[in-house]
Ligand binder design. Structure first.
Ligand code: ADP
Ligand code: MG
Length: 295
């Protein structure tokens, strides 16, 4: 027997390195008329590197001490920023102490006890909210203006330094945004937990004008719901734990597989296994073609 069109489309998507979880998903993909893209790990390669280590003068810490504390707190996290920090510490052959009482807050950062002290590592905007710590905020803004994601390190509630982390845009990001714009008639929306400066800089580079930055996981859901209430069928593409609620809320959710968190991979309707962003417009196209053959 010849294969039904949706099943052969699934097989075809598989050859492109995209795992489509059901025939229903394969069919829904073709209905999509709006796209919301995550930034870190989705439009970027997801292998960011530490490019700046700035202990605050008042902390008395050296660069290596600052990095060592941050790496300890980040060690259990699967976030790409966490991996960058741990890798930087390993590259410098630093001994990373064991963290106790580790907790992570998606879109914000991590907390734990290192060397008997309470350490927090994460978004300066969130950790410094409502507080006046001039030197930490200035250092963070300086790194963000350089295109970095700034990560604040606190010990016992006091900011001790800022790390600058930079990630490369995926080679195929601009072409993929253009292809998705062509398929849906509108440019994708950027939904990111990262800071507005770094987000705006990257959006401009890839041809996105609608930028929603500084979002928590539930804000990404709200952004999707707003589009759906306006009558759109939204495709969400993301990789992180922080993207899982939006992947679930979307008409169709696709997770980036290589750097993707387990939760994102489980929640999404489809997974880009081969880590090529350009396969996303391809599978939308495959779905549309299969749907034409079905009806
Ligand atoms: P994106 O939506 O671009 O993928 P995330 O929501 O994963 O970004 O992260 C948003 C922000 O939250 C980061 O830019 C960072 O400031 C902070 N953050 C989240 N997890 C961590 C972590 N493990 N370590 C440091 N910062 C973190
Ligand atoms: Mg991400």
């Amino acid at each position: 027997a010849t294969m039904p069109p949706l099943l052969s489309a699934i097989a075809n998507a598989g050859r492109h390195g995209v795992l489509i979880k059901s025939a229903v998903v394969m069919e829904q993909l073709g209905q999509v008329d709006a796209v919301a893209l995550d930034k870190t790990g989705t439009l970027t390669e997801g292998t960011p590197r530490v490019t700046g280590i700035r202990p605050l003068a008042a902390s008395g810490l050296s660069e290596e001490e600052l990095l060592r504390i941050a790496a300890a707190a980040e060690h259990p996290s699967e976030h790409p920023l966490a991996r960058a920090i741990v890798d930087a510490a390993r590259t410098r052959d630093l001994r990373i102490p064991v963290v106790e009482d580790f907790t992570s807050a998606p879109g914000t950062g991590v907390r734990g006890t290192v060397d008997g002290k309470a350490v927090a590592v994460g978004s300066p905007a969130r950790l410094l909210a409502g507080r006046a710590d001039h030197s930490a905020a200035v250092e963070a803004a300086r790194l963000e203006d350089e295109g970095c994601t700034a990560v604040l390190v606190e010990v016992e509630g006091t900011p001790v330094g800022v790390l600058g982390i930079a990630d490369r845009l995926r080679e195929e990001a601009t072409a993929t945004v253009a292809a998705l714009t062509g398929l849906t008639g509108t440019a994708p929306v950027l939904v990111t937990g990262d800071n507005p400066r770094a987000a705006a800089r990257l959006a401009e580079e890839v041809g996105i004008t609608d930028v929603r930055a500084g979002l928590l996981p539930h804000d990404k859901v709200t952004a999707v719901q707003e589009l759906e209430q306006a009558g759109r069928k939204v495709l969400v593409v993301g990789d992180g734990v922080n993207d899982a609620p939006a992947l679930a809320a979307a008409h169709t959710g696709i997770a980036m597989g290589r750097a993707g968190s387990d939760l994102a991979l489980e929640t999404a309707d489809a997974v880009v296994v081969r880590d090529e962003l350009a396969t996303i417009p391809t599978v939308v196209h495959l779905s549309r073609r299969a749907r034409r053959l079905v009806v």
